[in-house]
Design a protein around this ligand. Structure first.
Ligand code: SF4
Length: 375
């Protein structure tokens, strides 16, 4: 127990202070590249010998960003651009910004002109990944990212280096999947907030390093007797489920998180990079082709609702919390479809507004309290 607490505290410290992680890698003489959410090909950064670090916003006041974004842009992008404008990301060699929605597209161009000391590398995913030419298109996008990364490193990433990185990333994803399952037998130790910290912390570590920590945590959990949890169980869906105050309120009402469909959490780990399919860059592009059930991936007939029902049933969850990122259009479009499918399967649904600005959580508390009574 002592060891697991030590490991969990290490991860909590990284999530609380990513800047310290940045300084740590810079102090080792490494170059660090900021990766905006989501599905940014961080493997290309890793295989180029640099450290990819996730940029998922923060609870911060928006001042400078008001010159660039309207008030109705989503909180993650407001925070990321605000922090960029304030110089909080000083030390990054570049940022990679995907263009998966209209807000992303605006932010990529704002960044280019407003944060001149950190180069911006755009990457465009073919959102209709079922389209025949989508993989070829994504390979060409990844090649363009590699060209820009090679300007920073002074050399070109090799296919062999990416093969090695893919093994590291696939092993890490398997460990994160194993953690998610093992955690459900220890809901006394892995509270909703701790689960979130573990899942998010990977963004601030080199992945092989994070895998070592995860092996310790999983082993410690497996050595502990299973806990008989008597509260209510839910799954989470959305982009992120932050700030942690919301997760603490769930725990206060004896609600455990037993699965998630969050872009910031399980989406990062649930689709492995295929073992076969051509060159390493092509295999990486094929991972995108296998993604579904996400508001950022086009599907003629959305499968997300059914996937949520399956996730809830597999983990005996009575409810689903749809963490609605404020002003996120793609998520707003998906909500009615997901809610209808979940309710038809007898699973209760709570839609909670997610914001990154500091504020009161009393409204969320009242809604969670009512939801707990319905489960
Ligand atoms: S997908 Fe949603 S949360 Fe992500 S950048 Fe676009 S609007 Fe913001």
């Amino acid at each position: 127990m002592a060891d697991i607490q030590k490991r969990l505290s290490e991860l909590a410290a990284a999530v609380d202070n990513p800047k310290e992680r940045l300084e740590y890698y810079l102090g080792q003489g490494k170059k660090v590249v900021g990766c905006f959410p989501a599905y940014t090909p961080e493997e290309l950064v890793h295989a180029s010998g640099m450290i990819p670090m996730g940029l998922w916003g923060a609870q911060t006041e928006w001042k400078e960003v008001k010159r660039y974004l309207p008030a109705f842009a989503c909180p993650i992008m407001q925070s990321n651009l605000e922090l960029g404008l304030r110089g909080a990301y000083k030390g990054l060699s570049a940022v990679i910004i995907p263009t998966l929605c209209d807000t992303f597209r605006c932010v990529s161009q704002d960044w280019r002109f407003a944060v001149e000391d950190i180069p911006m590398i755009p990457v465009t995913h073919p959102q209709n990944n079922a389209n025949e030419g989508s993989t070829d298109f994504l390979v060409s996008e990844y090649e363009s990212v590699l060209n820009k990364l090679s300007v920073i490193t002074g050399m070109r990433m090799t296919d062999a280096a990416l093969e090695e990185t893919i093994e590291i990333y696939n092993e890490h994803s398997r460990l994160m999947q194993e953690f998610a399952q093992t955690a459900n037998d220890h809901l006394d130790v892995i509270t909703p907030a701790i689960r979130h910290i573990v899942m998010k912390s990977a963004q601030f570590y080199e992945k092989a390093e994070h895998s070592e920590i995860m092996k310790d945590i999983i082993e410690e959990l497996k050595n502990m007797p299973k806990h008989n949890f008597t509260g209510k169980k839910v799954i989470l869906s959305g982009i992120t489920a932050e700030p942690t105050e919301i997760l603490d309120i769930l725990a206060e009402y004896k609600i455990a998180v037993v699965g998630d469909d969050l872009v910031q959490e399980s989406h990062q780990y649930r689709v492995l990079i295929p073992e076969k399919g051509g060159s390493a860059v092509r295999r990486l592009a094929l991972q995108w082709k296998n993604r579904k059930g996400c508001s950022l991936v086009h599907e003629d007939f959305k499968s997300r609702g059914e996937m949520l029902v399956e996730l809830a049933k597999a983990n005996e969850a009575a409810g689903a919390v749809y963490c609605q990122m404020k002003f996120c259009d793609p998520e707003e479009y998906d909500y009615p479809i997901c809610a209808r499918t979940l309710r038809a399967a007898g699973i209760q649904v709570l839609q909670l507004d997610i914001d990154q600005q500091k504020g009161s959580f009393e409204q969320a508390r009242t809604r969670i309290q009512t939801f707990a009574e319905m489960l």
